[in-house]
Design a protein around this ligand. Structure first.
Ligand code: IPM
Ligand code: MG
Length: 354
């Protein structure tokens, strides 16, 4: 099992370093993996003048899975859009056909006090956002800048979904629901957008294949509200690229910290890119304070979804639960009475708990 490791920028190298410690510990116990690192994002730009350098893309193509940290930083904000670190992540998703983004939001009982919401609203929360990742307004053409007839500057983007794109992500949503609580909520803006009208039609059509799954449709604005009002009503949420981007950040805060949430981005063959859903946090980079658990949990998702190694995945997840139960907390989830540790110490604690 060959894993391309793209640590990226900011806290990326620190948190990926902890996930690698965990994977290497499992390798000593017999997990067969080969790791190879390559520069990506701002680091790719620094090394090769491109956020997704050719050798990095090549490595990602030949690897069975990709483990990413995070990309971006103030230093790169001045670059033209094509050279910005974010383009590296968008391009690698597109190039590898990673259309299915799974973003579980699970609240660990130990962290119920870390959420900004009342314990009774969030305790026991376990939902999964299935976000379409290679279409929508993120990639639709035409896009650009122009001057209109009055000589005023305009910016424009195109929100666009084809039926096959909707169909395949709907399938992933229904499949995920089948393995969980058998409830799927499709989120759109059907009262306003043509893309959403098609979305709703196609999702409803795919639903006929899955009579065991209860399908509901919800407008995105209502979904944003329901997520904070009564988040436990959700099991699996399936939605487009932009709505999924926004709702998954919102859902992460239900669990106490965005530093806890892993993600998987899969192609049709379950080859995947795995990354925490948070960003590169340049303000805390290099200070050994970032929470590595989202990245460590991303490596567990990798073992489960791409390598079909449920037991190894479970060992990592179990170890994370154990360190939380033992009271280890990074700064983002720290509360009085718990044990505040740094990035490395958290990684060590997970390795010890394995
Ligand atoms: C995410 C991020 C990315 C996105 C950015 C970095 C381009 O916010 O993975 O959610 O918008 O998809
Ligand atoms: Mg986002």
């Amino acid at each position: 099992m060959k894993i391309a490791v793209l640590a990226g920028d900011g806290i990326g190298p620190e948190i990926v370093g902890q996930a690698l410690k965990v994977l290497k510990a499992l390798a000593r116990d017999g997990l067969k993996i080969e790791l190879e690192e390559a520069p990506f994002g701002g680091a790719g730009f620094d090394a090769h003048g491109d956020p997704l350098p050719e050798p990095t893309l090549k490595l990602a193509r030949v690897a069975d899975a990709v483990l990413c940290g995070a990309v971006g930083g103030p230093k790169y904000d001045v670059l033209p859009r094509a050279k910005r670190p974010e383009q590296g992540i968008l391009r690698i998703r597109k190039e590898l056909g990673l259309f299915a983004n799974l973003r579980p939001a699970v609240l660990y009982p130990e962290l119920v006090g870390a959420s900004t919401l009342k314990p009774e609203v969030v305790s026991g929360l376990d939902l999964m956002i299935v976000r379409e990742l290679t279409g929508d307004i993120y990639f639709g053409e035409p896009r650009g800048r122009r001057n209109n007839a009055r000589g005023e500057r305009e910016g424009f983007d195109t929100m666009l979904y084809s039926e096959p794109e909707i169909r395949r992500i709907a399938e992933i949503g229904f499949q995920a629901a089948l393995k969980r609580g058998k409830k799927l909520c499709s989120v759109d803006k059907e009262n306003v957008l043509e893309t959403s009208r098609l979305w709703r039609e196609v999702v409803s059509d795919v639903a006929k294949k899955y009579p065991q799954v209860t399908l509901a449709h919800m407008y995105v604005d209502n979904a944003a509200m329901q997520l904070v009002r009564k988040p436990k009503q959700f099991d699996v949420v399936v939605t487009g690229n932009m709505f999924g981007d926004i709702l998954s950040d919102e859902a992460s805060m239900l669990t106490g910290s965005i530093g806890m949430l892993p993600s998987a981005s899969l192609d049709a063959q379950a080859k995947g890119l795995y990354e925490p859903i948070h960003g590169s946090a340049p303000d805390i980079a290099g200070r050994n304070v970032a929470n590595p658990l989202a990245t460590i949990l991303s490596s567990a998702m990798m073992l489960r979804y791409t390598f079909n190694q449920d037991e190894w995945a479970y060992r990592i997840e179990r170890a994370v639960k154990d360190v939380l139960a033992q009271g280890y907390r990074t700064a983002d989830i720290h509360e009085p009475g718990t044990r505040k540790v740094g990035t490395k110490e958290m990684g060590d604690a997970v390795v010890a708990a394995l």
